[in-house]
Each structure stands twice: as C-alpha cells, then as structure tokens.
Design a protein around this ligand. Structure first.
Ligand SMILES: [Zn+2]
Ligand SMILES: [Zn+2]
Length: 808
C-alpha cells in the first residue's frame, strides 16, 4: 500500500497516484507546490513542496519530454505511463494511470462475450471529503451530481436527464426500502456515516484495457493492421482510441512502409485525442456535437411515436429516418424502423427493409440480442433460413434467458414440418437441435403454437434510455416498461444486505449501470430479490449491490494477502446456458500474487490456476479457512489470436483465472458501507474438506441476473390500440403471404391475370402450283382460369394476413 498518493482538489480527494504520476502532474504544472497530498488514505496531508522529488527543478513548466531528475529517486524507470497522451486521459479524469494494462487475452467472465475483453481501466477515485475550498485545475470539476464520485467526464452518451439511481430503482419491481435500513438495525446509529453513498457511483464510461507491449516483437500483416485500425475507429472517444493505438504502434516489428503509415495515423489520433473528440458515426467531433445530435434525434423519435399513435406510419417513418441520420451512433431509431417494417400493426410488412434497419442496429451495437432475433425473423420471411439460424443462435448465446428465440425456433420447426415453410432437412435439423438444447437448459418455455413470432423487447444504451427515466413513472403502471434480463454473474454477501460482485457485471460498457440486479430469494427460491447498484469501484473491478430484504450471512474477507501456492476454491455460476444454473466449484492454488511488473490494473490481482468461465465473474475465492481471499474477475484464455476485435493479445500456454484481492475488496467495502471496518476480524474456521466448506458458505453465494429496462413503452401502447389485442412484440403475420393475404397466381404463364393461349392459323404461302397451306402458331391473351383475372389468390393460411392458426 506504499506509494499510493492522494491529492486534495477542492473538497474532493483524487487518487491513488504513484509517485511517478505525481511528479508528472507537477511537471505538467497541474500540481502546484501548495497542493496538499498524502501517502495512503490515512497519511498526513502535506504540501507538494514538502515532498522531495515531486516538483520539477525549474519552473513548473510544461515539458513532458524532459523529466527533471529527482535526487533520491533517479529516473530509473522512465515510465511509458506518462506520455502526453496518457496524461490527457489522466487530466480528463479518467485513467490510464497504469501503463498498458493487461496481458494476454483477458476475458471477463460475464456470461456474454460482447466487449468483455475490456474490464476497464480505473480512473483515480475522487471521494468526497476534506473540505478545501481552493480548487486546482488538474482534475475536472464535476458538472453533474451523479458523477460526484468519479473524476471521469461524462461519456458522450450521457443525456440531459441524468436519473439518479434511486429514480431508476423506483421502476424496478419489488424494491421497497431505502439503502439504510439493514444497517440501522444491526448497529447503533451514533456514527452517522451514510451506509452507502446512494446515488450510485455511476461509471458511465468503461476504459479500454490496454495490453502490455511485448518484449519480442513480431511482424504483422497489412491486413491485420487494417483490422486493428477498424476496431480502434469504433471507440467512442478519441482519447481511448489513441491510447490503444499508441500501444499497438509499439507492439510489432513493422516494415519501414508500415511504420510510416503507423506514425502518420498515430499523429492523427493524437490530434483528435488532444482535442478530446468523440465519435459521431464515422466523424470525430467535440462532445457537445454528439450531445446535440442525440437530443435532436430523441425529439424526432418522440414525434415519430406520436405519429404511430394516430396511425400515420408514413410520417412516422420519415421522422425516424431523419432521427437515424441525425444521430449516427443511435440504435433506437433504426430499431423502431425495423419493427415498423416487421410488425403487423403498421400493415407494411417489408422484411427486406426490416432486415436493413436491424443490420444498422447491429453495425452500431454488435451483439444486441433483440436486433439479432428480429433480423432473423426478417430473414425467415425472405427465405434466408440459414442466415436467420445463425442470428437466432447468436441471440441465444448472448441473452441469458431467451424465450423469444425458443418460440421462434419452435415456430419455424412447426411451420416447416407442416410444409408451410419450405426448407431443407439439414436446416430443419439445425433448428431442432438448437431448440432442444435451449429447452434442456431451461432458457425459455416450450413453443406455444398459439403464439406467433416474438420480437424481444429492446434495451437501449444509456443516452437513449435516459429520456424514459422521467416518464417511466407514468409508464410503469401500464406495464409498458419491462425489465429485461441481459446478463448474469456471481456475487457474495459481504455485509448485511450487501452483495459484492464485479463492476463489469453491474455496469455494461454500452448500456450503463444495471437498472436492477436479481438474486434468488433464499426464503423462497421461486422469488427473486431485487437490488440496486450502490457503488462501483474505479480502482478495481468491483461493485456493491444493496438488497434491502436479504438476510443471508456475510462472508468474512481475509484481512491479508495470502501466500503463493495456497489452496483456493472458486464458487460461482458459470455458463448457465451449457452447465445449468446451479452453483459450480473449481479448485486450485494461487498461481500468482499481485505483481507490479504485470502491467496495469491486473498487477493488483491474484492469478489462480483454477478454471473458470463466463458467469463466474464476481464469485468469491475461498481459502481453506472459509475466508474470501479474492473476487474472481477474469480469465486468461489459452492460445489467443494476435489481433482480435481490435485488441492485440498474446497467447499463453495455460488457462488461468484472476481476481481482485480481499485487501482491495475490503478497502472498497469499507469506503461504502458504514462501520464495515469495525466488524470483528473473522476467525479462521476449520473445515474437513472443500465440500464441508462449500456447504457452509454457499447460502451466501448467489447467481446474479442483471436487468435493464426495456425501451419502447409508447410503441407498446400504440400497438395495443390495434385491431386485435395482442402483445406489441408478437408478429402474427402469416408466413406464407408475409401478411399480404394474397399469393401470386400459381398458374403457369399467368401474367397480371392473363395467360397466353397458343392456337394455329392456316396460311397460304407461294403462288400457282407452289402454293401450300401452312399451320402457323399464334398466341392470344385469355383471362387466367385459375385466378379469374385477379393475378393472385387468397392466401389459404390467413385472414387479412393474420395466420389463421393464431386467430383467437
Ligand atoms: Zn397468408
Ligand atoms: Zn392466374
């Protein structure tokens, strides 16, 4: 815990910083001689000038390149951390405090692949404390109350109506009490430190995890460079893109031609980064422009929804298309367009258009289960059953529970078996296999033949969701807003009513902080208790969730680091989709202690040789005495590719897990739970074996289901006004005619209701004795007997486009 410096900044405290980082800040002129700093959270405050070696020799001028020597600490470690670019990150309040963070492919263990390779680089904590009116400029002054604990600038997405956490929770089912109740019961209330700092310490921007620069550099192909560059361009913030590109630029042995290209691209990124630009579509613009685009798109969307309510679908589509152009980052407008071209209430039935818009959603937000599922339906309507299958399969792999996918697979199978959908037996088998697998793993109820195709309620990213925070109260009552289970993870009780898990379980890079998190109610496993995310660490991958009604016993955190090669046991809920949702245990030893030479955030973590998988995230790691020594966080995966999704990585010949130490977990809990530190140090218990230990601790280990509020409440209301009372997300369009209720006339040669009839004419050719009579073929148009001139027949499977098997 040495060399963890905190800096007073106004009435906040920033840190921890390493000494090197402080020196760099001083060098930049961001830290003045009179600023107060302390070493460790309990250290004495002292002026910067009182600590030798921090202030530059000369003026506090900005010369990032030349490091002024420090007498006692010769600049033995010229730090890659302190490049100007990294400092931009730092000044922006966010991040890159450590050098390139992690190693190897580090897969976060949420049950869901998307974006999990970025567990996030912590910004320094800025906590409320010691009042000191003077404010220095090296940390941004927070403009938003909601962010009062993070120095991180609000991300581009943050809309104007920032809902504090309690407001969100109001929308969650079964969430009664305020966060204070449990502790007031258990402890005398003399020391009125708030139990948890409510509104959640909302992290709205997840930092990219930077891989280390390899010691041995290998060549890289032009194609791989381009692939990496494409990935970098998808970052939302230039500062992050630039940081990643910087590491990339140092990680390979480039050819001279490549080097020239790389250098110029890096220059470009540095310029964007210095200007702190954000991505809007493929342009890089100031943040205000992104916010303005989001706001104007949101207005257009509101207008569009109002038009749906009066049945003006042409007008609605026009507004949504404008919104789609206005905010090229958004997915709400294209998603709505896709639905309008899919769902029967608009009477449009344009699966090709629907597919186009769902594709837009997926370009902007890959791995969106609702868009994948809906796109598959559009593809089924167009006869592209294999593409549809791949999308359904992917949607199922992303969504923890996916009744819609199960229903759609079942419906496809039923229609194919009855000959109403024509497909090959191989395709049908793939659908059947996936269906059986999902049913076996309880991912949804069995196919219901009284139901049509089902679209999933979509969840939108923070910026496009905030709007509904204001209106949510109005809609919740109507059942318009639903919570959608998106991900799952593991967690354990750390204090009465508090569950600890990983930050990356509680906060999604794209969707923001979870709206609520569910655990099975120990008193009645059929029920779920719902909790609120009350704190998120900026330093390590941890979050705290408060469950007012949870009475399970807290598990003791081990007060110290434990020895290398100590036995450990991991409990958690990996891969519910494959392994079932019951608890799983794996055992191993501590393979690696926290180690500063492992770069970045991961230098603070343990490494275990016990295996783990997605869904283990946030699960406790026990020693032989039943104390929690760590919180499982990531996985080193064997043999990784060099460039994957824009992340450069190196292979490793073992499968290892890693996790936050109990020391860090203790410090974090102590910061947010009143009197946490006063709890008696846990006694080491004696257990005969792991099984006995597991029986003892498992009632305090939970599988977490992470919920987000679904969007589109208004659309739902609009659809309820439709002719038949049905779920707005049910597509009961007849699969034979795609809702048109007419089929093209099957009569051979029938064109616009007419068929050509062949007849022969006699013709006399030649003169005199050469005259012959020839039979010449002629054609005449006649009314088609099959369709009686209508060119089409009534579809036998539906009434006005509604599948007859679904009529009620
Ligand atoms: Zn039909
Ligand atoms: Zn005909």
């Amino acid at each position: 815990m040495r060399d963890q410096w905190y800096v007073q900044n106004g009435n906040r405290v920033a840190g921890p910083f390493s000494r090197r980082q402080l020196a760099a800040l001083a060098q930049q002129g961001k830290l003045k001689p009179h600023n107060l700093i302390r070493n460790g959270q309990q250290g004495e405050w002292q002026p910067v000038s009182g600590v030798s070696g921090l202030l530059p020799a000369g003026r506090p001028g900005p010369s990032p390149n030349e490091k002024s020597g420090t007498p006692e600490k010769p600049s033995a470690e010229p730090s890659p951390t302190l490049s100007p670019i990294m400092l931009v990150g730092l000044i922006g309040g966010a991040v890159f405090l450590s050098t390139a963070a992690t190693a190897v492919v580090c897969v976060m263990l949420l049950t869901r692949p998307s974006g999990d390779e970025n567990p996030g680089q912590p910004p320094p904590v800025v906590e409320d404390s010691a009042p000191e009116p003077e404010s220095e400029s090296f940390l941004p002054q927070p403009e938003r109350e909601r962010n009062d604990v993070t120095a991180a600038p609000a991300e581009p997405a943050a809309g104007p109506a920032q809902a504090p956490a309690p407001a969100r929770v109001a929308a969650a089912p079964a969430e009664p009490a305020s966060p204070n109740v449990t502790a007031e019961k258990t402890r005398p209330a003399e020391k009125q430190k708030p139990l948890a700092k409510p509104p959640a310490k909302v992290v709205t921007e997840v930092q990219p995890l930077l891989p280390p620069i390899p010691e041995e550099k290998v060549a890289i192909s032009d194609a791989e460079i381009r692939k990496f560059e494409r990935g970098v361009k998808l970052e939302r913030r230039a500062v992050h893109a630039c940081a990643r590109y910087e590491v990339f630029a140092q990680s390979f042995a480039f050819t001279p031609e490549q080097q020239t290209e790389i250098d110029s691209t890096l220059d470009e990124w540095k310029k964007r980064s210095e200007a702190d630009l954000y991505r809007l579509g493929s342009d890089w613009v100031p943040r205000e422009e992104v916010v303005a685009a989001e706001q104007s798109a949101e207005q257009l969307i509101q207008r569009a929804v109002a038009l749906i309510e009066v049945g003006n679908f042409d007008g609605c589509i026009e507004q949504l298309e404008d919104a789609n152009r206005e905010n090229p980052n958004g997915i709400k407008a294209p998603f709505l367009l896709g639905l309008i071209w899919s769902l029967p209430f608009a009477g449009l039935n344009g699966p090709d258009n629907a597919e186009k818009y769902f594709r837009v959603v997926l370009l902007r937000h890959p791995n969106h289960p609702a868009a994948l599922n809906s796109m598959a339906l559009a593809q089924i309507k167009q006869g592209d059953h294999n593409a549809a299958f791949r999308n359904l399969e992917e949607a199922a792999s992303l969504a923890d529970v996916c009744p819609e996918v199960v229903q759609n697979l079942g419906r496809f199978i039923r229609l194919a078996e009855s000959g109403r959908i024509k497909t090959t037996s191989a395709t049908l088998r793939r659908y059947s296999d996936l269906y059986s697998e999902l049913i076996a793993t309880k991912r949804g109820p069995e196919f219901n033949d009284r139901l049509g195709w089902l679209h999933m309620l979509p969840v939108f990213p923070t910026a496009e969701r905030e709007e509904s925070a204001e209106t949510s109260a109005a809609h919740v009552g109507k059942g318009g807003e639903k919570l959608v289970p998106m991900f799952s993870g593991s967690g354990f009780v750390v204090a009465p009513g508090y569950v600890m898990t990983n930050r990356h379980v509680a906060v999604d890079e794209n969707l923001g902080v979870a709206d609520t998190i569910g655990i099975p109610d120990p008193a009645n496993p059929k029920n779920e208790l719902h909790g609120t995310v009350v704190a998120v660490s900026d330093e390590v991958d941890l979050a705290l969730i408060h469950f007012p009604k949870l009475t399970a016993k807290p598990l003791p955190l081990h007060p110290q680091k434990i020895d290398l090669a100590s036995d450990v046991l991991i409990l958690g809920f990996p891969r519910g989709d494959v392994l079932g949702t019951g608890m799983k245990a794996t055992q191993g030893v501590i393979t690696g202690l926290p180690d500063a030479t492992r770069q970045g955030e991961l230098g603070r973590y343990y490494i275990f040789d016990a295996t783990s998988d997605q869904g283990n995230s946030g699960g406790p790691v026990f020693d032989r005495t039943g104390r929690v020594v760590g919180v499982l966080t990531f996985l080193y995966r064997e043999g990784a590719s060099i460039v994957s999704q824009g992340v450069v990585s190196q292979g490793i010949d073992a499968e290892l897990s890693g996790g936050v130490t109990s020391e860090s977990a203790h410090a974090f809990a102590n910061q947010h739970i009143a009197r946490f530190a006063e709890q008696a140090a846990p006694d080491a218990a004696k257990f005969d074996d792991w099984a006995q230990l597991t029986r003892s601790v498992s009632p305090s280990v939970f599988r977490l289901t992470v919920y987000y509020r679904a969007g589109l409440p208004q659309l739902q209301v609009a659809a309820d006004l439709g002719q038949v009372k049905r779920s707005a997300m049910e597509d009961y369009t007849c699969p034979r005619c795609n809702g048109g209720s007419r089929l093209p006339c099957p009569q051979r040669g029938c064109q616009r209701g007419e068929v050509s009839v062949k007849y022969f004419d006699s013709k006399v050719i030649g003169v005199g004795t050469n005259r012959t009579v020839m039979r010449v073929p002629r054609y005449r148009k006649e009314r088609c007997p099959r369709c009686e001139g209508k060119a089409s027949l009534d579809c036998p499977d539906c009434v006005i486009g509604i599948d007859t098997t679904l009529l009620r």
